[in-house]
Design a protein around this ligand. Structure first.
Ligand SMILES: C[S@@+](CC[C@H](N)C(=O)[O-])C[C@H]1O[C@@H](n2cnc3c(N)ncnc32)[C@H](O)[C@@H]1O
Length: 221
């Protein structure tokens, strides 16, 4: 059995209303927001950048990026996630464009971006390596790929995700080393930043004991 995009979209549509209740989703606490803003500031190039936030969810990272002056385009498969992202940016009176579409082929036409950002999306894609290639193809020369990922304890252990999760190659998450090895041949430079150390509790709103990290890569000039 393969997982259909329709079933994934239905799952996330149903999750949208409560999604921001998680501290690291809604970023409602000032300390959590500040921790993510700081990391994003480190990962973005200097000056306002065109950022594609892929699998943007309710737009919490898009909001931080727009607050920092970046020009954000968010894409998500689930219309209800997109609605919430649009509402979040509108409430903050910040510009950003949001599109409903598949991360396997973001519906942004010929546009090119300075940064392709994705947080916690790769695990649910049917072909994550093809997606990574696609995203890199959407970058300008020397553009950046920023992947915030992890390997989560709870995931893939019989929870009520869509039918057929075993066909998703990275369901349950992907380790930093494996993701870095996958991305390295596609880029010119790459570094891994751990997000699960003692000083990282603010990012998650709690102490985490599973693997969390970011891969920050630069594509060829
Ligand atoms: C765990 S949430 C992460 C949301 C957001 N990136 C964040 O960190 O708050 C995963 C998101 O990916 C979206 N998604 C899942 N499969 C997708 C696909 N094929 N294309 C685009 N978005 C997808 C879901 O609708 C959901 O909003």
């Amino acid at each position: 059995m393969t997982v259909s995009p329709a079933s994934i979209s239905t799952y996330w549509d149903a999750a949208a209303a409560a999604f921001d209740d998680e501290p690291d989703h809604g970023l409602r606490a000032a300390g959590t927001r500040a921790a993510w803003a700081r990391r994003l500031g480190d990962w973005m190039p200097p000056g306002p950048a065109d950022v594609l936030d892929i699998g943007c969810g309710t737009g919490s990272l898009s909001l931080l990026l727009a607050e920092a002056g970046h020009r954000v385009t968010g894409v998500d498969l689930a219309p209800k996630m997109v609605e919430r992202a649009q509402a979040k940016l509108a409430a903050a009176r910040l510009p950003a464009g949001f599109l409903t579409g598949d991360a396997m082929a973001p519906p942004t036409g010929e546009r090119r971006f300075d940064v392709a950002l994705s947080r916690h999306l790769l695990w649910t894609l049917p072909d994550p390596v093809a997606a990574l290639r696609e995203w890199i193809g959407r970058l300008r020369p020397r553009g950046r790929l920023v992947l915030v990922e992890g390997r989560w304890r709870e995931s893939g252990q019989g929870g009520a995700y869509v039918a057929g999760p075993e066909t998703l190659p990275w369901c349950g998450g992907i380790g930093a080393e494996e993701l870095a090895e996958t991305v390295r041949p596609l880029v010119s430079r790459l570094r891994v930043e751990r997000l699960d150390g003692e000083g990282d509790d603010d990012l998650w709103g709690k102490r985490v004991d599973d693997e969390r990290y970011a891969v920050i890569a630069e594509v060829r000039g």
